[in-house]
Structures are given as structure tokens and as C-alpha cells.
Write a protein that binds this ligand. Structure first.
Ligand SMILES: [Zn+2]
Length: 419
């Protein structure tokens, strides 16, 4: 985004000074967010705005409590500058709704998880309204205790990560093959228990948002985030924007057909990618190899694999080989700079990484093979992602637009043109 004075001049119109100041404020906030702690001089250099504009808006942000003057910087000579950073008083409540449990956390504006809690519950394939109300009441009670522990913080809203796709016009879940919330108005029910703004997002897209907002990939414009759990979800950042597609359905690569003769999938088709490469598939492979086994969770399988159990290791290898088959198609079609993998299986990253990377290289037809990295903390990633949806909207007034970072596109302007 260019500073507003440049954009207005290029249209040959006088900039509305209030709009200009608001947009320059966004640019400065975004630049602080990306570069903090940062001095005012560096803010002026990075944004191309006049030092007096930067100083005035920064003072306003300090008065509003968004920014805090922090440590003194060091220079070879001259006065030591005061660095500014976003104030960690600002937080969001995050809830990651998963089958069988809800993870909750308070996350501050710098991505730090201040406190977290888990609420477990029994779910069938599909919850009734009464069952959902009981669960959400428990979740709301847990959320209240988190907030009470950090009463000095400003909670800006609730971010919810959930498997399935969401129509962002109606806030209704429209595709939930692995989640039990399909028959209820989840957003409407959440409104009964939580006051204030609520942002709800597909789990993979929430994780992608977290990577772009808090993570190592703040400068990336093309990212693929693949979440492996009960199913496979994909979040897409294409040319700097979250890709949502028609009816917000983009990213359901877990349901592309790998083998029509394969097992039945929750979506109604057979042989989808996720029936071969999800956690459930890993468990199925193990039970096929060891029919007498009584293990019931993917964590059990991981524990066996970590202990060197051969059938467990082979099951994980088979699952990841199928995962890589699908991933190579996505990489060929979407050309991401990097692929981020979220899921419990990343606990065995040293084993699965060579398998993924070697196949990507073998099947690549271009000189670029994307970096493939695991999310450090998958549960935390979903929570930080849910929180970042709220905080992004509060800071920048828009739900999911991720424009080029100011530092990339802002151009220095003639001093007299600046506001
Ligand atoms: Zn399917």
C-alpha cells in the first residue's frame, strides 16, 4: 500500500486529510507490527513518510494505548533512539473447536499465549442443539476464568478456529465432514455465550493467518498451509491474499480423488486424499498390519512409532507417502514459496521431512522447490491464528485482507506532498 498522499496525487485529487491520516496510521501500525521494536527514524525510512508525520501518528498511537515506548536503541553516535512496539495489553480470546475437545487461550497482540485451557466433551457424528448448548456453556465458563486471570488486559473479541468451511457472508458452516457442528448455527450459538466481536475461520486458514501475522513468513506472498488431523485442510495465500474461492470453499484439497476404489470419505465420495493421508488413515494402516491391536488414537500410534515399533513406523511412512502424493499436485499447481505442515505427525519430522522433500524434488519440473516446514506448535498455531483474526480486524479494520507489507511497496515521497 502506498502512503495516501501518493495515491491521491496520482489521481490528481486532493487527499481528504482525515482519510489520509487514517491510512498513514495503518501503514505505521503495520510497519511497527512487522519490525518491532523499531525507532521513529526507521519507521520514516521504511514507510517513506515524513519524520514529523511519523512522530505525530506514533504519539497518537501511544496516547491511544496501542503502542508503547520501549527500550533505548544503540547508534554509533548521537542520541539513542527510543524504540516503539505494540502494547501487549491488547489480547483476544481464542477457541479452537475440535472433535472431542475445545482448546482455549488468551493471546496478546504479539502472538504470546498468556494462558490456555482445554475443555473435553463427548460428541457423536452430529450434535443436536441441546448438546451443543451444553458444550458451549462449558467452554464459555472456561473462557471466563481465563479472562478473570488477566483482568488488566483489553480483550478485543473472540476468534474461533473450526474444521470445515464458513460462508463469511452468513457466518454459517457450509462444509463440515469431520466436525459435529453441521446441524446448528454455530456462530449464532456462540453469540449467546460471548459478547463482543466474533471472528470464525477454518482451522487451516486460521493457521495460515497466524504464520503471516506472527510467524516467520510475514514477507511471503504465496504460502500453502496443510493441516493434517482427522481430515486434511488447506489454507491458501496467493499473491498476498487469502484465497477463498466461490462460496468460500477454496482449499478443500483433502477431497480431491486419489483413487476412486479407495475407502469411503465423510464427504460422500470415495478415495479422497484425506482417507489415505489423515491421522485416521495412519491408524487404519496400523490396524491392517496388527489386527489384534487395541490402540485407539493417533497419539497412541505416534507413541509406538517414537518407541521404534516397526508396524507403527511403516503406517506413518505409508500415510506420509500418500500425503506427499497429494502435496506434489498442489505444489505443481499453486507454486508456493513455502509449505507449512500442521499436525501431530510433525512430532516425527526428522523422519518424514526427507520423504516429503525428496518426492517434491523428484517430481518438480521447475528450479524452485518450496521450503517445507512444520508448525512448531500445531495447537498453539490454531489458537494464535484465531486470535490474529480478531486483532487484525481491530488494528486494520478489515477481516482478512493481507496486503503487501508497507516496507515492500511504500515509496519515498516528496516531503511537501506528505500529510
Ligand atoms: Zn472426501
Amino acid at each position: 500500500m502506498l502512503p495516501i498522499d501518493s495515491a491521491a496525487r496520482s489521481r490528481g485529487t486532493a487527499a481528504n486529510s482525515q482519510t489520509a491520516r487514517a491510512q498513514n496510521r495503518d501503514i505505521i501500525l503495520r510497519t511497527i507490527h512487522r519490525n518491532q521494536p523499531v525507532s521513529r527514524a526507521d519507521l520514516a525510512r521504511t514507510t517513506g513518510l515524513q519524520p514529523s508525520t511519523v512522530s505525530s501518528i506514533t504519539d497518537q498511537l501511544i496516547q491511544e494505548g496501542w503502542v508503547t515506548p520501549g527500550t533505548l536503541g544503540r547508534l554509533p553516535r548521537g542520541r539513542r533512539p527510543t524504540f516503539v512496539a505494540l502494547s501487549d495489553r491488547h489480547v483476544a480470546l481464542a477457541i479452537d473447536l475440535r472433535p472431542g475437545k475445545a482448546n482455549l487461550a488468551l493471546v496478546d497482540i504479539n502472538g504470546k499465549i498468556l494462558t490456555r485451557k482445554t475443555v473435553g466433551y463427548q460428541t457423536g457424528v452430529c450434535l443436536t442443539l441441546e448438546e451443543a448448548e451444553v458444550i458451549l456453556a462449558q467452554v464459555a465458563q472456561a473462557a471466563q476464568s481465563l479472562k478473570t486471570d488477566f483482568a488488566d488486559r483489553v480483550v478485543h473479541g473472540l476468534g474461533v478456529s473450526v474444521s470445515g468451511r464458513i460462508n463469511h457472508k452468513t457466518n454459517r458452516l457450509i462444509f463440515t465432514p469431520n466436525a459435529p457442528w453441521s446441524q446448528i448455527d454455530l456462530y449464532g450459538e456462540l453469540q449467546k455465550f460471548f459478547h463482543g466481536p466474533i471472528e470464525m475461520e477454518n482451522a487451516a486458514t486460521a493457521c495460515l493467518f497466524s504464520e503471516r501475522w506472527f510467524g516467520e513468513f510475514r514477507d511471503a506472498s504465496n504460502l500453502l498451509l496443510v493441516s493434517i488431523s482427522e481430515g486434511i485442510g488447506v489454507g491458501l495465500l496467493i499473491d498476498g491474499r487469502i484465497a477463498r474461492g466461490h462460496n468460500d470453499m477454496a482449499g478443500e484439497f483433502g477431497h480431491m480423488t486419489l483413487d476412486e476404489s479407495g475407502p469411503r470419505c465423510g464427504c460422500g465420495n470415495s478415495g479422497c486424499w484425506e482417507v489415505f493421508a489423515s491421522n485416521r488413515a495412519g491408524l487404519r494402516y496400523y490396524r491392517e498390519m496388527v489386527p489384534e491391536s487395541t490402540i485407539s488414537t493417533f497419539q497412541d500410534l505416534l507413541d509406538l512409532a517414537k518407541a521404534g515399533d516397526l508396524p507403527a513406523l511403516r503406517s506413518i511412512d505409508k500415510m506420509m507417502a500418500c500425503f506427499t502424493r497429494g502435496l506434489t499436485m498442489l505444489v505443481a499447481g499453486l507454486a508456493p514459496e513455502a509449505v507449512i505442515v500442521v499436525g501431530e505427525c510433525t512430532a516425527l519430522w526428522s523422519r518424514i521431512r526427507p520423504l516429503i522433500e525428496s518426492q517434491l524434488i523428484v517430481r518438480s519440473f521447475s528450479s524452485h522447490t518450496p521450503t517445507v516446514v512444520p508448525a512448531v506448535d500445531g495447537d498453539g498455531e490454531r489458537l494464535r491464528g484465531a486470535a490474529s483474526l480478531v486483532l487484525h480486524k481491530v488494528l486494520f479494520g478489515q477481516a482478512d485482507l493481507l496486503p503487501d507489507p508497507a516496507g515492500k511497496s511504500a515509496q519515498p515521497l516528496p516531503q511537501e506532498a506528505q500529510i
